[in-house]
Design a protein around this ligand. Structure first.
Ligand SMILES: Cc1cc2nc3c(=O)[nH]c(=O)nc-3n(C[C@H](O)[C@H](O)[C@H](O)COP(=O)(O)OP(=O)(O)OC[C@H]3O[C@@H](n4cnc5c(N)ncnc54)[C@H](O)[C@@H]3O)c2cc1C
Length: 351
């Protein structure tokens, strides 16, 4: 894997078979399916690392429905996908947003990023999930000063919270899941929510209430009104109950989980006949209504669509077959199994 490689070919312009927008699990597996067909890929992602939602939102949470892998965390799945696509030497452009797409005179597409990278390719694969997701910031004055230091919108490393006074706010799955996961590590863990009702899975809510009854965590019906500390290091917060009583609560880590705002961003302007911010595709090729532009994973829509990783893997396999016909119109596509094809095994470096 090469991150942000120098441009090749014409100065300032990269030439490749397929440009993939999004290095989430589906963009990564697409590299594998395309690689088996000798198609070279460049991937662009706004984030600074691969994995999409898996590494951004739940790196340490287990996934149980990846075929053949009974349990794998978001980070482990990403690591395994990266291992699987290693033989294909795809090139990554991290921390860059795909910002425009134009048709070249020779029929190929030109994808441009906000960093000025230009990628010319006959096939564009949009694997952009829900677009770029940004956590909703609670309306607490001065919270920006604590972000990344004491205020976190995602848990990258659970160990970071060991021995801390942790305050979690929210009533959805993220708030409840992290309450349960961090309770054993934190010195003290407090959950606050503005009402005594939750959107999270009932079994998580039940478990949280058990922990409260056992005296292992605290729960308050309250909102966070102010943060107190210095230099980005949180010392305490002001909590307010529904009847407007306020009190000071010691905390040195604050995790607000108020949901995510998904911003489709520039993809909305790619002329793709969007339906509720999703790209309609056919289910034979997963091509959009614009020839040569495919959409796989959470970003697409079709009758019966399930936003599951395994669905996106399937979509990537069919997309690759169609992409081959565009990239290599004069070559015959042979269906082969990795188990028995020596030519596929050679590509994978296993023969
Ligand atoms: C808490 C949680 C638990 C989940 N558990 C499961 C589970 O158990 N099983 C399961 O199958 N699924 C699960 N999912 C859903 C699963 O994570 C998604 O279906 C999967 O991540 C979709 O992959 P993707 O590659 O299509 O999109 P994403 O993972 O969203 O990746 C898209 C990537 O595209 C990038 N991007 C977007 N727009 C641009 C742009 N303009 N330029 C550059 N880059 C861009 C984003 O930065 C992102 O990295 C879960 C989701 C969550 C939030």
């Amino acid at each position: 894997m090469n991150a942000n490689p120098p441009h090749d070919g014409r100065p300032g312009r990269i030439e490749t078979d397929v440009a993939i927008i999004g290095a989430g699990p589906i963009g990564l597996f697409a590299v594998f399916e395309l690689g088996l067909l000798d198609l070279k890929c460049h991937l662009v992602d706004i984030l600074d690392r691969p994995g999409g939602q898996c590494t951004e939102l739940y790196p340490e949470k287990p996934i149980y429905d990846i075929p053949g892998i009974p349990i794998v965390t978001g980070q482990e799945l990403t690591d395994r996908l990266l291992e699987q696509i290693k033989p294909f030497h795809s090139q990554f452009h991290f921390s860059e947003m795909a910002s425009s797409l134009t048709k070249l005179a020779d029929g190929r597409w030109l994808l441009t990023t906000d960093a000025g990278t230009e990628i010319a390719a006959p096939v564009i694969v949009i694997a952009a999930g829900g677009g770029s997701f940004v956590p909703k910031r609670p309306p607490i004055p001065g919270i920006e000063a604590y972000e990344g230091n004491s205020v976190h919108y995602a848990v990258r490393k659970m160990e970071q919270f060991r021995g801390k006074d942790v305050l979690i706010a929210g009533g959805g799955d993220s708030a409840l899941d992290w309450t349960l996961n961090l309770a054993p590590l934190a010195k003290k863990l407090t959950l606050v929510h503005h009402r005594d009702g939750f959107r999270a899975a009932q079994h998580s809510v039940n478990r949280m209430r058990e922990l409260v009854n056992e005296g292992k965590i605290d729960f308050h019906v309250a909102s966070v009104k102010a943060l107190h500390g210095a230099g980005g290091a949180l010392e305490a917060v002001t909590l307010q109950s529904p009847d407007k009583k306020e009190w000071r609560h010691e905390a040195n880590a604050f995790l607000p989980f108020f949901g995510l705002t998904i911003k489709l961003g520039p993809l909305a302007d790619f002329g793709l006949n969007l339906h509720e911010n999703l790209i309609p595709v056919d289910t034979a090729k997963f091509e959009s209504t614009t020839p040569g532009i495919f959409a796989i994973g959470d970003i697409n829509t079709y009758p019966g669509k399930l936003k599951l990783i395994l669905s996106g893997f399937h979509e990537g396999a069919l997309m690759a077959q169609a992409a081959f016909k565009i990239c290599k119109p004069n070559e015959k596509l042979r269906f082969q199994y990795t188990t028995s094809s020596s030519s596929l095994q050679k590509k994978l470096g296993v023969s």
